[in-house]
Design a protein around this ligand. Structure first.
Ligand code: SF4
Length: 107
């Protein structure tokens, strides 16, 4: 068994469940993101939680799975989104195996 499930759970826990990313967004001519009042039909407006969270990608093909790589390039995520910036443990750089330092012999 891999750590994928644990990693997925740890990743999902970063979400503050504010629901802001689940609202339609517009981008103006200057590239500014404007959040509308129109939410995804599956967002519970009181709890701000997704009503179909476990099956969201199956039921709603427009739902995007946030990944550390995506979070770094998506400009429409709120600046205070729980995924921003992605913690180092989830980024590729930190997942690369570290090289051992070469030691000089005879010193
Ligand atoms: S904006 Fe970020 S913290 Fe808020 S619900 Fe969306 S993913 Fe979670």
């Amino acid at each position: 068994m891999t750590d994928t499930t644990d990693d997925d759970t740890a990743w999902d826990r970063l979400c503050k469940q504010c629901g802001r990313c689940c609202f339609d967004k517009l981008e103006d001519s200057r590239g500014r993101i404007i959040y509308t009042r129109t939410a995804c039909r599956y967002l519970d407006m009181e709890s701000r939680r997704c009503k179909i969270f476990e099956r969201r990608f199956e039921i709603n093909p427009h739902c995007i799975k946030l990944t550390p790589e995506l979070v770094e390039i998506l400009h429409w995520l709120p600046s205070d989104c729980g995924y921003r910036p992605p913690p180092e443990k989830f980024t590729r750089k930190s997942n690369r195996p570290r090289r051992k330092k070469k030691t000089e012999k005879g010193m």
